[in-house]
Design a binder for this molecule. Structure first.
Ligand code: 4G0
Length: 225
C-alpha cells in the first residue's frame, strides 16, 4: 500500500511514522508513506499557499492551485486516479470499520488542511471522502492523518507479528478488551486474578469474556446496542 500525505509539514509526518510498528512496516516494504509538501507546488512567487477568505472573516483559507497540482502530480506518477481523503471536522467519524475498508485500497491520498481549511471548490473537485476523528478542532489535519495512517497500516497483512495480533481486541469483537496482567504476580499488594494462573484455558476464556461484557456494559453501553 502507498499512503500519500499532502501536507505543509512533511517532516512532522515522516518523523512520527518512522517509529515503532509503522516504522518497521515501512522498513519491511509493507507500506510506503510519501509525504508531499503542498508548498513545493505553489506557483506563487513567495510560495504562498493560503489567502484571505472572500466575504471576510477570521483566518486564512488554503487556495486550490498548489493542492490540485500536488494531487495531479501524485496521480500522474501512480498512473491512475488515487482516492482522496480529506481530514476535516466536517467528516464522517473515523471508526475501526472504516479502517478495515481503507486497508483494502492499493493507495490513498490523505489531504491535510490548515488555517480555516481549504477552498470549497478544491474539495468538490478532488475529495472522495471526508473523515473526522471526532468533535474537536486541531491546528491542522496532520495528526488526524497520522491516526488514520496508523490504524490502516496495522491492518495490512504482515505488519503485526503474532504477539501484536489485530483480531482479538476491542472493536473487532464489538466489546471492550478484558484486563491484562504480567509479572510480578503480586505488585504493591495487588494480586493477579487467580483464574489466570490456573492453566485452565476454558476457565480463562470464560472469565475474559465475562470481564469484556461487564466492562462494556459499564463503560460503553452504546457498543451493545
Ligand atoms: C479542515 C481534522 C481542516 C477544516 C482537521 C480545520 C480537526 C480534525 C482543518 C478546518 C482539523 C478532526 C473548518 C477549522 C484542520 N481539526 N476532528 N484541522 N476547520 O478530525
Amino acid at each position: 500500500m502507498v499512503i500519500y500525505i499532502l501536507t505543509l509539514f512533511p517532516d512532522m509526518i515522516l518523523n512520527a511514522l518512522s517509529e515503532s510498528i509503522i516504522g518497521r512496516a515501512i522498513q519491511n516494504g509493507l507500506v510506503t508513506i510519501e509525504a508531499v509538501n503542498i508548498r513545493d507546488y505553489s506557483t506563487d512567487k513567495h510560495h504562498k499557499v493560503d489567502d484571505y477568505p472572500y466575504g471576510g472573516g477570521a483566518g486564512m483559507v488554503m487556495f486550490p492551485q498548489p493542492i490540485y497540482d500536488a494531487y495531479t502530480h501524485v496521480c500522474d506518477a501512480a498512473g491512475h486516479k488515487v482516492p482522496v481523503i480529506y481530514l476535516s471536522p466536517q467528516g464522517r467519524t473515523f471508526s475501526q470499520n472504516m479502517a478495515h475498508e481503507l486497508a483494502r485500497l492499493d493507495d490513498m491520498i490523505l489531504l491535510c488542511g490548515h488555517y480555516e481549511g481549504v477552498d470549497e471548490r478544491l474539495i468538490e473537485e478532488i475529495v472522495d471522502i471526508q473523515i473526522s476523528l471526532g468533535d474537536y478542532v486541531l491546528t491542522g489535519g496532520e495528526l488526524a492523518a497520522m491516526v488514520v495512517a496508523d490504524a490502516v497500516t496495522r491492518l495490512i497483512p504482515g505488519v503485526l507479528h503474532n504477539d501484536e495480533s489485530a483480531g482479538s481486541e476491542s472493536f473487532e469483537s464489538g466489546l471492550l478488551e478484558y484486563p491484562q496482567y504480567t509479572r510480578p504476580r503480586v505488585w504493591r499488594g495487588r494480586e493477579v486474578p487467580e483464574v489466570l494462573l490456573s492453566g485452565d484455558h476454558a476457565r480463562v476464556d470464560k472469565w475474559r469474556y465475562e470481564q469484556s461484557l461487564e466492562r462494556t456494559k459499564r463503560l460503553r453501553p452504546d457498543l451493545l446496542e
